[in-house]
Design a protein around this ligand. Structure first.
Ligand SMILES: NC(=O)c1ccc[n+]([C@@H]2O[C@H](COP(=O)([O-])OP(=O)(O)OC[C@H]3O[C@@H](n4cnc5c(N)ncnc54)[C@H](O)[C@@H]3O)[C@@H](O)[C@H]2O)c1
Length: 336
C-alpha cells in the first residue's frame, strides 16, 4: 500500500515539539513538504528532519503537491482561510486547536469538507491520552454511577512569566486563555460525558496583567440538559508555585481524577481505589497522545477508522466558546 502523502504548514513550537516527530514516526506517512513564511526556519527544520520540499506560501504548496492530508499549525486566525483552501483542493485537513475563531467559521469548514467528501479533523490531543481513555471507559460502563459534576482547571504558575507573541493579540488569537487552555478542558469534559447538550453557560473573565487586550484568567460554569455541572478555572499566570492541570469527575457512586489517574468507587460499603495500574510516565502520555492523534488522522484518510475529533465536534465546541465569550461580555448567563 502506498504511503499517505502529508504536508505541514507552520513549523513553530507545536510542530517542532510534537507534530513533525509524530508524523515522522508513523510508517504509513510520507511527510513530503513543510510550509512556513519564515524561510530560514522552515529550510532549517526540513533539513533537520530530511523532508524533501519547502514552501513559503500555502497556495504554492497546494498547487504543486499532490497531497492526501495536511496539518495546519499556524496562528489561530489563519486556520479558517487555510483550511478552506486545502479542503477546496480536496485535501484531508487536520487543524490545530482552536479549529477556528467562531462556530460560524467551523460550520463553513465542515460544509466544505462534506461537499468535497473529505475529512476535516480538530487537533485535540487530550482525547488521545491513555489516562483519559481509561477514565472515559469507566464512565461509559457507569463504574462511578451517574456523573453529576466535573471540576477542571489549568492554572499556570507565576514563574511562567507573561505570555509573549500572537497568543495575546485578539486579532490573531481570537481570545485569551479561554481560547488557548480553557477550550481544551471543556472539550475533554464534554468528550468524557459523551458530548451532552449544554443548555447554559456563565463566565467571568479577568485581565490581571493590564498589558493584555484579552482575558488572562477565567471562571466558567456550564450546565447540561441532564443537570451535570462543569466548572472550569484557567489562567496563564496565577500566584502559584506549580502548574495545576486537573479534571475531577464526581459520580453518584464514586469519583475519578486526572492527573494522575485515580478512580475511587463505593464497594460493599467501602470507598475502594480501583485505579488501573499504568506504566506510562506523564511525558510519555503527552507524546503518545499526539502520536495516536496522527495515527487516527492517517487511518481516517485510509478509510480504516472514524475520526476521534471530527470537525462536527469543533462546531459544537465553538458554539459553546462563543457563548462563553458572550456571557463574560454581558456579565450574565447565556442560554444555548
Ligand atoms: N494541541 C496543543 O496542545 C497545542 C499547543 C500549542 C499550540 N497549539 C496551536 O498550534 C498553533 C500554532 O501554535 P505555535 O505555538 O506552534 O505557534 P508559533 O508561533 O510557534 O508557530 C506558528 C508558525 O506559523 C508560521 N506562520 C505564520 N503565518 C504563516 C503563513 N501565512 N503561512 C505559513 N506559516 C505561517 C510562523 O512563522 C510560525 O513558524 C496555534 O493554533 C496553537 O493554538 C496547540
Amino acid at each position: 500500500m502506498s504511503k499517505v502523502k502529508i504536508a505541514l504548514v507552520g513549523v513553530g513550537g507545536i510542530s517542532q515539539v510534537v507534530r513533525i516527530p509524530s508524523l515522522k514516526k508513523n510508517e504509513e506517512v510520507e511527510l513530503v513538504a513543510l510550509c512556513d513564511v519564515d524561510e530560514a526556519k522552515v529550510s532549517f527544520i526540513a533539513d533537520k528532519y530530511n523532508i524533501p520540499k519547502v514552501y513559503f506560501d500555502i497556495q504554492n504548496l497546494i498547487a504543486k503537491e499532490k497531497l492526501d492530508g495536511v496539518l495546519i499549525c499556524t496562528p489561530n486566525n489563519l486556520h479558517y482561510p487555510m483550511a478552506l483552501a486545502t479542503l477546496d483542493a480536496d485535501i484531508n485537513t487536520l487543524v490545530e486547536k482552536p479549529i477556528a475563531l467562531s462556530e460560524e467559521q467551523v460550520k463553513k469548514m465542515v460544509e466544505k469538507a462534506t461537499e468535497k467528501n473529505i475529512h476535516i479533523v480538530c487537533g485535540m490531543h487530550n482525547r488521545f491520552r491513555k489516562d483519559a481513555i481509561i477514565l472515559k471507559d469507566f464512565l461509559i460502563k457507569s463504574e462511578i454511577g451517574k456523573p453529576f459534576y466535573i471540576k477542571a482547571g489549568w492554572l499556570r504558575k507565576w514563574e511562567k512569566g507573561i505570555q509573549k507573541g500572537w497568543s495575546a493579540d485578539p486579532k490573531i488569537s481570537g481570545g485569551g486563555v479561554v481560547m488557548d487552555l480553557g477550550l481544551q478542558l471543556i472539550d475533554l469534559a464534554l468528550w468524557l460525558l459523551n458530548m451532552p447538550k449544554v443548555i447554559n453557560v456563565r463566565s467571568n473573565f479577568y485581565t490581571i496583567n493590564q498589558e493584555y487586550k484579552v482575558e488572562d484568567s477565567a471562571l466558567i460554569i456550564l450546565q447540561t440538559d441532564e443537570n451535570v455541572i462543569i466548572t472550569i478555572e484557567t489562567a496563564w499566570r496565577m500566584h502559584l508555585e506549580n502548574d495545576l492541570l486537573y479534571t475531577h469527575v464526581f459520580g453518584s457512586q464514586g469519583g475519578a481524577f486526572l492527573n494522575p489517574l485515580r478512580i475511587n468507587k463505593e464497594l460493599h460499603g467501602n470507598l475502594v481505589n480501583v485505579t488501573p495500574i499504568q506504566s506510562n510516565k506523564n511525558i510519555d502520555m503527552f507524546t503518545n497522545a499526539f502520536e495516536s492523534e496522527i495515527n487516527n488522522f492517517v487511518d481516517v484518510i485510509n478509510g480504516k477508522e472514524q475520526a476521534i475529533t471530527p470537525g462536527s465536534d469543533g462546531v459544537y465546541l465553538m458554539n459553546i466558546i462563543d457563548a462563553i465569550y458572550k456571557s463574560a461580555e454581558l456579565g450574565k448567563q447565556v442560554d444555548l
